[in-house]
Design a protein around this ligand. Structure first.
Ligand SMILES: NC(=O)c1ccc[n+]([C@@H]2O[C@H](COP(=O)([O-])OP(=O)(O)OC[C@H]3O[C@@H](n4cnc5c(N)ncnc54)[C@H](OP(=O)(O)O)[C@@H]3O)[C@@H](O)[C@H]2O)c1
Length: 245
């Protein structure tokens, strides 16, 4: 039996990941997001607002309860949840929104990674963490200050976690993965910005019109295939577009 924990499964890439994992056999699936507690194919969804660090710790306690006494051949955490807002120059966006963005895109994933590593230390033979990052963490983008900064931070903490795993010989595998441009509600938020808030908005509108955004199901299938082959973990910072078939 393999364990998969996926955040942000109510739409977009996370929804596609959970749909594909839920259709498989011998998987215990735990989806964490803003959806009412209840069963889902393959496991359960637990409500959590990832913007609240205390709520993240509480839901991790609940995950620990569910996992008590169980052992897994493999345990995988996919830190997928994310948000792009606020979009706009740093001095023109709301301070509270900046904090919210950093909490969801950075604080929650690092706290979840910490608790996942503690929870699975003696209960899973293979342990893997996939932090969904972005090309935006690797170059500056006008109007995306918090998002770029949080994704850059996720890249760095993934490098640290991979280094720690290698040095301490824990066998844990970690990757911070840029998934490419995906046709999800997040891209709708991107396209709805004004050129004053986001100077590249027209390029993103044209990419959508030209059908250049990948379907979330295709991206999810690629991620899961590369996770299983182990190819995803060759480097701690990776880009799905350059991993090949
Ligand atoms: N789409 C792209 O082109 C693209 C490109 C590069 C990287 N990415 C990354 O890929 C990942 C998935 O993005 P997506 O495009 O699928 O985004 P999306 O369509 O906006 O979906 C984001 C998911 O995160 C959840 N989430 C956001 N804030 C939350 C909170 N406070 N508490 C709990 N859940 C929360 C959302 O839940 P709610 O329904 O409750 O809001 C939703 O399930 C993100 O990390 C994103 O940065 C996306």
């Amino acid at each position: 039996m393999d364990l998969y924990i996926v955040t942000g499964h109510t739409k977009g890439l996370g929804q596609a990941l959970v749909a594909q994992l839920g259709a498989e056999k011998d998987i215990e699936l735990i989806a964490l997001g803003r959806a009412q507690d209840g069963p889902i194919p393959g496991g359960a969804q637990l409500f959590v607002d990832l913007a609240a660090p205390r709520a993240v710790e509480t839901v991790c306690d609940r995950v620990d309860e569910r996992l008590r006494g169980k052992r897994f051949a493999k345990a995988v955490l996919i830190n997928n949840a994310g948000m792009i807002s606020p979009v706009g120059m740093i001095d023109r966006v709301d301070a509270a929104e900046l904090e919210l963005n950093l909490a969801v895109n950075f604080t929650a994933p690092i706290l979840l990674m910490r608790r996942f590593l503690i929870a699975t230390a003696t209960t899973a033979k293979v342990r893997r963490v996939i932090n969904i990052s972005s090309g935006a963490g690797r170059r500056p983008i006008f109007g995306w200050g918090a998002y770029c900064a949080a994704k850059a931070a996720i890249d760095m903490v993934s490098r640290v976690a991979a280094l720690e795993a290698q040095t301490a010989r824990t066998g844990v595998q970690v990757v911070s993965l840029a998934p490419g441009v995906i046709d999800t509600p997040m891209q709708g938020v991107v396209r709805s910005a004004s050129p004053e808030e986001f100077v590249d908005v027209e390029r993103f509108r044209q990419m959508k019109a030209a059908g250049e955004l990948r379907p979330p199901a295709d991206v999810a299938a690629d991620i899961l295939r590369h996770e299983r082959s182990g190819k995803l973990f060759a480097e701690p910072v990776a880009d799905l577009r350059t991993l090949g078939a």
